[in-house]
Design a protein around this ligand. Structure first.
Ligand code: SIN
Ligand code: MN
Length: 237
């Protein structure tokens, strides 16, 4: 297994002081249980090493050549997301005025999404503890000012399958809470190569990205952060 599994991370309590505390938190001795009270949140820091990240990035550049990043819009209001997005796999998650949904085609071009790179399928097989392959890999690109509000991933038919998420590029401050929006949250940093699994009792945990730390990684020449989220969408036969 490329990375060591931990069910804890260097975290700080959520709330308005979390960013300051997260920036101050030293690695190592500052590591404490995530403490959401939910089983099934797994954290694999440094799951992919630098060479593997670079190889995956090359495969992703090909994916993005055929399914370029686009700006999704919020349901109803049509307000643009701050992230740009694409997908690979048989299905891709998208959002516009008519709502959130999975579609087999890239909305701007109407072409099928390209296949999921092998490294990501291998990662799923290693960490998902689920007998069937992922159907969607959402690609989110965060420019320095992009973020993602607290939300649940609940557009899938089978919540026994986990959500497996890999970070590439600049570090972000990731926030995870409980099953209700108002539950207490914990924040911790995700670095390039880190993997988070939301499975079991944490499958429907609220989560989001509060901020990006520009210039913290040299992986992406253009800067910013890529998040890859693998999901099973349909219930297997
Ligand atoms: C997401 O929840 O869609 C993305 C999470 C992340 O960027 O880490
Ligand atoms: Mn999500």
């Amino acid at each position: 297994m490329p990375g060591e599994q931990r069910d804890w991370a260097d975290v700080t309590a959520g709330g308005k002081n979390s960013l300051k505390a997260a920036l101050k938190a030293p690695p190592g001795p500052g590591q404490v249980p995530i403490g959401t009270g939910l089983n099934g949140l797994q954290f694999y820091p440094g799951y992919l090493g630098r060479a593997q990240q670079e190889a995956l990035l090359a495969a992703l550049r090909q994916v993005l050549d055929s399914a370029p990043l686009y700006t999704p819009r919020m349901p109803k209001s049509g307000r643009p997301f701050t992230v740009r997005m694409s997908n690979c796999g048989p299905l891709g998650w998208t959002s516009d005025e008519s709502g959130y949904r999975y579609t087999p085609v890239h909305p701007p071009t109407d072409r099928l999404w390209p296949p999921i790179p092998d490294t990501l399928i291998a990662m799923w097989n290693d960490v998902a503890r689920y007998a069937h392959p992922p159907e969607a890999c959402l690609i989110n690109f965060y420019a320095p000012a992009a973020k993602m509000g607290l939300h649940q991933d609940r557009d899938e038919a089978d919540f026994t399958a986990p959500v497996v998420s890999l970070s590439l590029g600049d570090t972000c401050l990731f926030r995870v809470g409980g099953l209700k929006r108002g539950d207490p949250t914990r924040s911790f940093r995700l670095n390039s190569g880190d993997v988070v699994v939301l499975g079991g009792g944490a499958r429907l945990a609220f989560h989001g990205v509060d901020r990006i730390y520009p210039g913290t990684s040299t992986l992406l020449t253009e800067g910013g952060r890529i998040n890859l989220t693998l999901r099973r969408v349909t219930r297997p036969e």
